[in-house]
Ligand binder design. Structure first.
Ligand code: GRF
Length: 200
């Protein structure tokens, strides 16, 4: 069993999708061992509490605005929970370098657009869907990719598209894309987990 940590800042619907995939057996060989959030009142931490999954609130403010302290706390929490792989499911903060080093090839992120377009700094939440609609694109979707330092860069693992309609609002488009995300993220976790298990 590989031990998975999910990092989430917000509502946590992708976290829930991962939880359900494991519960149904669709995602296997993976245990949801830890939820980390920079937001103490996130839906993700509430969901973790409800399901009895260990959850931790870790943030720069909580660490006294000391980035080194936050970095050590993150590494320690992950180490103590014996985490093998990490999924970023709407995590709004950049990960510390040391964490990226320690978990090379073991961190994935879900992005609500078809990367490499509509990614990078500032491209999060409804900003992404706003930008897609403003561009006049007729197709959007979701991407899961490996995390390698820069925002929304790294090898693409899975991508799926959906239409953008004339009358779409950012909210409507985000709902359509989220349906894809909820399938894609557990599938990508399975792909990464299988690869790691095979190489052991
Ligand atoms: C998702 O759209 C994800 O792609 C983005 O942040 C959002 C998180 O949604 N990175 P939720 O908290 O999982 O509902």
């Amino acid at each position: 069993m590989l031990r998975l940590a999910v990092f989430a800042s917000g509502f946590g619907s992708n976290l829930e999708a991962i939880y359900q995939s494991i519960a149904s057996g669709a995602l296997h060989g993976v245990e949801l061992a830890l939820v980390i959030s920079n937001n103490s009142v996130s839906g993700a931490l509430a969901f973790a509490r409800e399901k009895g999954i260990p959850g931790r609130h870790l943030s720069l403010v909580r660490s006294g605005n000391d980035a080194h302290k936050l970095e050590s706390e993150m590494l320690e929490v992950l180490h103590d929970a014996r985490i093998d792989i990490i999924a970023l499911a709407g995590f709004m903060k950049k990960l510390p370098e040391a964490l990226l080093d320690r978990y090379q090839e073991r961190i994935i992120n879900i992005h609500p657009a078809l990367l490499p377009e509509f990614g990078g700094n500032g491209m999060y939440g409804l900003n992404v869907h706003n930008a897609v609609i403003a561009s006049g694109r007729k197709i959007s979707g979701a991407t899961v990719h490996m995390v390698e330092g820069e925002y929304d860069s790294g090898k693409i693992i899975l991508q799926e598209s959906c239409p953008v309609f004339e009358k779409d609002t950012p909210k409507l488009l985000s709902e359509r894309v989220k349906e894809i995300e909820h399938r894609l993220l557990p599938e990508a976790i399975q792909i990464m987990a299988d690869k790691i298990t095979k190489s052991r």
